[in-house]
Design a protein around this ligand. Structure first.
Ligand SMILES: Cc1cc2nc3c(=O)[nH]c(=O)nc-3n(C[C@H](O)[C@H](O)[C@H](O)COP(=O)(O)OP(=O)(O)OC[C@H]3O[C@@H](n4cnc5c(N)ncnc54)[C@H](O)[C@@H]3O)c2cc1C
Ligand SMILES: NC(=O)c1ccc[n+]([C@@H]2O[C@H](COP(=O)([O-])OP(=O)(O)OC[C@H]3O[C@@H](n4cnc5c(N)ncnc54)[C@H](O)[C@@H]3O)[C@@H](O)[C@H]2O)c1
Length: 473
């Protein structure tokens, strides 16, 4: 078969951009296909707008504590148009990093249209048939909308329209106390909306219990109301939305946000027809991110597994490396970090206390806990809420849970403790929680290695592997 490209990447979000960019920098012929907006969820409806609103909310909260440290601020006056502008300015500022032009400059052929996988090696897009030895699916996920009675006749928000609100909600009712629910609950409350969160289990269920409790207490103090239960039925009357829970509670608000998790985008573009195996919520992949059709990879939110921007980026670069070098490249989650950007932040790397005890048994695990109330910088800054917990098996670090100001920035040393690698190459390829300032360290280390990694010799080698693959598949 004569191929049009060396690799075809479907999806221009964090996962697809990293995979396509990586392959192109090694000199491969890459087609990058995006049907909607370059940058995907993170840039347009996810991390960037959510972190922008968190910033506006922090500013309002700080001003609310009018008199502090002998300094007086005026009480906050929130103008929603300004908040909306800040959110969209942040998106516009970052947009060029992910643009069609940027990726064309890197050497990709960028096609703005929806793609369909039509065979093991073929993809149809915009009336053309493209072919390549390797295809990468990076189609992402969308908000899961649960089967709640009445929901189809009630206007509701998800992360796809939340950041387009042109007026501030009087009372935002949020179904789901996961990561989105908690970050948005605190933000809207701080900006002056009444907020109620409906959550059946423990909020932010994947995180360390003690850390989550600190945040829940802070949010309750700030006026967020929590209702234990599942959203079961919703109705709208005179512009107000009422949610009934399975526990018999009722709450009426002006706006409703659904934040109960994600659905992987797996249908409507040829996967079923090709017999690619699907799991409960996403494409099934092996440790190398190969699907059941081995020359087709699936990375990022569309496959089963963790759904985070830095995870999408990590998988994208792993797959690019495997495609260009021909060497198997497995993912490793031992040192996976993540952070929820509430105030205080809740950051995690590796195992939590509970996970380690469950896996190795109570007697094998030691947990060291240090409170920020003994940290003199925290005392001077009057931000002593929270702690650091290091989870050890013997002297080996299995994980760390941090709750406190800028907790996400404190994870990096534990990446090195868990992996045992600390040189600049390791730093340049470390998985770092997104978005944190710590990423600048990785960027600098990566830049130091860039001329070597994408130098003439590796490119020659990649060209040889690509030629072999075009000949022998
Ligand atoms: C509100 C919110 C806040 C978040 N905050 C954070 C955070 O702070 N930190 C963090 O790490 N993660 C965060 N996330 C998660 C993060 O946004 C996702 O994990 C990440 O964006 C997934 O990237 P992806 O490339 O896998 O998928 P996506 O970004 O969804 O990209 C997939 C792309 O594929 C395109 N596509 C789909 N089908 C086709 C097709 N057939 N043909 C062509 N194109 C197609 C889509 O249009 C889309 O652009 C947040 C998510 C949300 C919703
Ligand atoms: N800071 C970050 O890294 C960040 C921020 C936002 C989102 N994200 C990513 O976005 C994804 C989606 O986040 P999310 O908050 O939608 O999902 P989530 O999985 O974090 O939380 C969903 C919550 O909804 C609850 N729930 C389910 N059904 C319900 C019902 N009927 N009524 C009430 N509650 C119900 C669940 O118990 C759970 O706590 C996650 O994969 C996350 O990784 C990451």
């Amino acid at each position: 078969m004569k191929f049009t490209h060396d690799a075809i990447v479907i999806g221009g979000g964090a996962a697809g951009l990293t995979a396509a960019g990586g392959c192109a920098l090694f000199g491969l012929q890459v087609a990058l296909i995006e049907g909607n907006k370059m940058g995907g969820e993170c840039l347009n409806n996810g991390c960037v707008p959510s972190k922008a609103i968190i910033t506006a909310a922090k500013r309002a909260q700080e001003a609310r504590e009018e008199k502090r440290y002998g300094v007086q601020l005026a009480a906050p006056k929130v103008e929603w148009a300004g908040v909306h502008k800040h959110i969209h300015d942040a998106i516009a500022h970052i947009e060029p990093h992910d643009s069609k032009e940027t990726f064309e400059e890197m050497g990709c052929e960028v096609i703005m249209d929806y793609a369909k996988v039509t065979g093991k090696h073929t993809v149809e897009v915009g009336g053309r048939t493209l072919s390549a030895p390797r295809i990468v699916i990076a189609t992402g996920s969308e908000p899961f909308v649960p089967p709640i009675e009445g929901l189809d006749s009630v206007p509701y928000l998800t992360n796809e329209n939340l950041f387009d609100l042109t007026e501030q909600p009087d009372h935002l009712v949020i179904i789901g106390g996961g990561v989105i629910g908690m970050e948005m609950a605190q933000s809207f409350r701080r900006l002056g909306s009444e907020v109620t969160v409906i959550e059946p289990g423990s909020p932010m269920g994947r995180d360390d219990r003690e850390s989550v409790q600190v945040v829940v207490d802070v949010m309750k103090d700030e006026g967020v109301r929590f209702i234990a239960g599942k959203g079961q039925k919703v109705e709208v009357s005179k512009g107000k939305i009422t949610v009934h829970t399975d526990g018999g509670d009722t709450v009426t608000g002006s706006h409703l946000l659904i934040a109960v998790g994600r659905s992987a985008r797996v249908s409507g573009y040829g996967l079923e027809e090709l017999g690619i195996e699907l799991g409960r919520n996403g494409i099934k992949v092996d440790a190398r991110r190969r699907t059941s059709v081995k020359n087709i990879y699936a990375i990022g939110d569309c496959r089963e597994g963790p759904r985070l921007t830095h995870v999408s980026g990590y998988e994208g670069s792993n797959v690019a490396l495997e495609i260009t070098t021909g060497l198997p490249t497995k993912v490793d989650w031992k040192a996976l970090p993540w952070c929820t950007y509430t105030e205080p932040e809740v950051a995690q790397i590796g195992m939590t206390d509970e996970e380690a005890r469950e896996k190795f048994g109570n007697d094998k695990i030691t947990v060291i806990k240090e409170g920020f109330d003994h940290n003199e910088r925290a005392i001077a800054e009057d931000s002593t809420k929270g702690h650091l917990k290091v989870i050890l098996k013997g002297k080996k670090v299995l994980g760390a849970s941090i709750c406190g100001k800028n907790a996400g920035e404190l994870l990096l040393p534990f990446t090195q403790s868990i992996t045992g690698k600390s040189n600049t190459f390791a730093l340049g390829s470390a998985v770092i929680s997104y978005p944190t300032r710590s990423e600048i360290l990785k960027a600098a280390a990566f830049s130091a290695w860039e001329p070597t990694v994408f130098g003439a010799l590796p490119k020659k080698y990649a060209a040889f592997v690509a030629k072999m693959r075009r000949t022998f598949n």
